[in-house]
Ligand binder design. Structure first.
Ligand code: URA
Length: 236
């Protein structure tokens, strides 16, 4: 079995309170021991099997991890799939085996996807009661009209679950494109809402979850959320 390798400075940052910039000094001070020997370089590679000791304590990536990914099309929001690449295949993180998805996107949907090992946090994102707003850019096959705005605001009845969706805000940007924001994340919710009008969703891109936005993150790229983003998201 081969293990993914991670740079030593990144590993230390992810498994302690030290920043990547701090690691150089820690190494110079001989405070980091890798597999029994003082670390030599921040660029040294470590794997899940490497023992990294800082000031006598073995570091483990058991800290809470919060990541965002700009999901491309054709990648499954799952941790395993027999057929397609999964979102985990796009992520490099030593603790990625312990991550789960906070709010899936369909195979052909794109955009902001959150991954974490913190189950309570992901539940807060997904539960309708917390009113965490998810915003999507939608392209549809047939022109929309004002009735959509009113119907989405009033809620669409989903017979399978026997429920009416929470009020959603639709801003039509052109006859075929809109920005839709929802506070829940039911199975294929956006497609089913447009399905109410027999209008097919041709493209769906999630631009934000609560206060979290992709910023300049390119499709297929991922990054850790910053402390400030986590605080501002108010989901702790
Ligand atoms: N609603 C959908 O229908 N698909 C998604 O991927 C996300 C929300």
């Amino acid at each position: 079995m081969t293990f993914k390798t991670t740079r030593l400075d990144r590993f230390i940052h992810q498994s302690s309170d030290f920043s990547i910039a701090d690691t150089r000094l820690l190494i110079a001070q001989k405070r980091i021991i890798v597999d029994g020997l003082p670390a030599e370089s921040v660029q040294q590679r470590v794997t899940a099997l490497t023992q990294v000791v800082l000031d006598g304590n073995t570091l483990r990536n058991t800290k809470a991890v919060y990541l965002m990914l700009n999901k491309p099309q054709g990648v499954v929001s799952a941790t395993k799939d027999p057929e397609h690449a999964t979102v985990l295949d796009l992520i490099e993180h030593p603790a990625k085996g312990a991550l789960h998805i906070a709010g899936r996107l369909d195979l052909n949907s794109t955009g902001l996807l959150l991954l974490t090992n913190d189950g309570a946090w992901s539940r807060r994102i997904s539960l309708p009661e917390t009113k965490c707003r998810k915003t999507y850019e939608v392209t549809v096959a047939k022109p929309m009209h004002e009735a959509y705005v009113l119907a989405f605001q009033a809620g669409i009845y989903f017979a399978y679950e026997d429920l009416t969706t929470q009020p959603a805000h639709l801003e039509m940007l052109s006859p075929f494109t809109a920005r839709l924001s929802l506070v829940e994340g039911r199975y294929h919710q956006v497609k089913r809402m447009f399905g109410h009008f027999q209008n097919e969703v041709l493209a769906l891109h999630r631009v934000s979850v609560g206060s979290l936005t992709l910023g300049g993150l390119e499709l297929g790229e991922s990054r850790l959320l910053t402390r400030r983003e986590l605080e501002e998201a108010g989901l702790d």
